[in-house]
Design a protein around this ligand. Structure first.
Ligand code: AHR
Length: 548
């Protein structure tokens, strides 16, 4: 039996599949549901960084996805794919994690600086996957720190760099910080940065100390990793700017990692907590076996070919993130009484078996459907609802990979349903979370002869002055949900909505059909300050409500 940890030492095999369409008929009936928004109950500011992204030197993410090269016929800005930049600006992408993932702990950042033609070719961490074509096996290092910094600058996003703890000494970490952040003209590395076009420092604030250090990041125990974390983060030169260190956190619900890490950190005293900005938490929804196996390969489902039970099973796996956040947060509180350290959910998304690649041969590439859009809306609502615990979220991964917002190959580019969800939700960034209570009959579905349930309606709400944004997921694959939205402490003057829905739960956007799933505007009925609205089946809605 293979676990996710073992997977990272082994390989994946895959074949291409096509996106197919099936349109189940909509059931006519609707159920009574209510959303109550308690405007007096403010629950903290939603960090814009919850809407962050993740990019790794893996398959088609960097090369072909983000980087096409300055001489490409693909429209580009200094080698960076123009369409991608434009779309990321539109969704106000706040932060981007790079260069991995597992790749990070095999990467020497020096390979990716200096004149491009002098940069070494190296074996990529993912080289030995059965699925990797030769072009993805060997890393040309055409894209490195300065290209990434330019990408972030074009978008207006903050860089979040993950340092190599497994295979480079701590000094290399300090030198990378020096390359990025030392003032113009101050050091040899600052001069090298200037030669790459940026005399001014990049001022990278977020630094990950390793990645998945329980697995591909070094096979450490939590205690061993905590010792390394203390050492790597001790007296890192700051150049007068804040550095926020993010510790490599647990795999899913592994509380022993979280507790073991904090226990060891505190052996050197409580003040050690001051050097930790956040602890990472990774959660992939991959096991659709309905409880039959925990095998990493056998448990996975297909991205495109699934039945209604698979639809709910994926959402159920994703929903596990909520209790995970709560249990890790509680465990952290046993050690960090002043609540200095936050959670950073720096990898999340569904993970299917190979077969739905938009570009055959792209490792870990999937074609997202409406199911992944509903999953993503649900996840962003979970992160919003934990605004005071979660400082950052990074969807895995931005382009040509797992839960991608975009797919691209050569001059073709498409926004996936997941990309549209980030657009619908972007207004939550920096908003004040207000408590919302959802009551709707649960969805019932058949789980191999046994009845199973899933929530009927859920979401989150945030306030900015007199503007309230309410996002709502209706996970029911067939039933629309007529709902009353009431506001405690205010009344609605007018409202409008944008909805991402599809008559086929398998609907997806492809290079050939780029607009199968796109947001549509919907009218919202406001009467006497209260709203009545029908949320379509399998949909995500962003409702903008202006308060009287
Ligand atoms: O996102 C793909 C991989 O999943 C990352 O490289 C790793 O951190 C995780 O296991």
């Amino acid at each position: 039996m293979k676990t996710r940890r073992e997977f990272l030492q082994y390989t994946l095999a895959g074949t291409a599949a096509v996106c197919f369409s099936r349109f189940p008929s909509l059931a006519a009936s609707s159920s009574e549901a209510k959303i109550e928004i308690l405007l007096g109950e403010k629950q903290g500011t939603i960090s814009p960084n919850i809407y962050g992204h993740f990019t790794e030197h893996l398959g088609g993410v960097i090369y072909d996805g983000m980087w096409v090269g300055p001489n490409s016929r693909v429209p580009n800005i200094d080698g960076l794919r123009r369409d991608l930049i434009e779309h990321m600006k539109k969704i106000k992408a706040p932060v981007i994690r790079y260069p991995g993932g597992c790749f990070a702990d095999s990467y020497d950042w020096r390979d990716g600086i200096g004149p491009t033609d002098k940069r070494p070719r190296r074996t990529n961490f993912w080289a030995f996957s059965d699925q990797s074509p030769a072009k993805h096996r060997y890393e040309p290092n055409e894209f490195g720190t300065s290209e990434f910094a330019r990408f972030c600058k074009q978008i207006g996003a903050q860089p979040y760099l993950a340092a190599n703890v497994r295979s480079l000494p701590a000094q290399e970490f300090y030198r990378w910080v020096e390359y990025c952040n030392s003032p113009a003209g101050s050091t040899t590395l600052a001069d090298e940065r200037a030669k790459a076009g940026s005399p001014e420092p990049y001022n990278v604030r977020y630094w990950g100390v390793g990645n998945e250090s329980w697995g591909c990041g070094g096979n450490f125990t939590a205690q061993e990793y905590a010792v390394e974390f203390r050492r790597y983060t001790a007296w890192v030169p700051g150049y007068g700017k804040p550095l926020d260190f993010i510790a490599s956190g647990p795999n899913g619900d592994d509380l022993t990692w979280t507790k073991g890490f904090f226990e060891e950190i505190l052996r050197k005293g409580k003040e050690q907590l001051n050097s930790i900005y956040g602890i990472g938490l990774h959660h992939y929804a991959w096991n659709l076996s309905r409880g039959k196996t925990n095998d990493w390969d056998k448990g996975k489902g297909d991205a495109l070919q699934f039945d209604v039970t698979d639809w709910y099973e994926l959402l159920r796996e994703g929903q596990r993130l909520e209790p995970m956040i709560e249990s890790h947060w509680q465990a952290m509180g046993e050690f960090d009484k002043d609540r200095h350290v936050k959670l950073v959910v720096d990898e999340w998304g569904p993970w299917y078996r190979p077969g739905s690649e938009a570009t055959p041969g792209d490792l870990l590439e999937q074609t997202p459907t409406q199911r992944d859009a509903v999953f993503s809306g649900m996840t962003l609502d979970i992160l919003n609802r934990h605004a005071s615990q979660v400082a950052m979220g990074n969807c895995a991964q931005l382009i040509n990979c797992l839960n991608s917002l975009y797919l691209a190959h050569e001059d073709r580019f498409v926004v996936t349903p997941v990309g549209h969800v980030f657009d619908l939700y972007s207004g939550h960034q920096g908003g004040e979370l207000v408590r919302s209570v959802f009551s709707a009959p649960e969805v019932q579905y058949d789980r191999d002869g046994k009845s199973a349930t899933f929530f009927g309606l859920n979401g989150s709400a945030s306030l900015r002055g007199k503007d309230l944004l309410l996002t709502v997921v209706n996970p029911d694959s067939k039933q629309p949900r007529e709902t009353t939205v009431s506001l405690a402490g205010a009344s609605a003057a007018f409202a409008s909505a944008r909805v991402l829905a599809a008559s086929d739960i398998h609907a997806c956007n492809t290079f050939a059909n780029r607009e199968a799933v796109v947001p549509r505007s919907a009218e919202v009925a406001v009467r006497g300050g209260t709203i009545t609205h029908v949320f379509p089946p399998a949909s995500i809605t962003a409702m903008a409500i202006h308060l009287a």
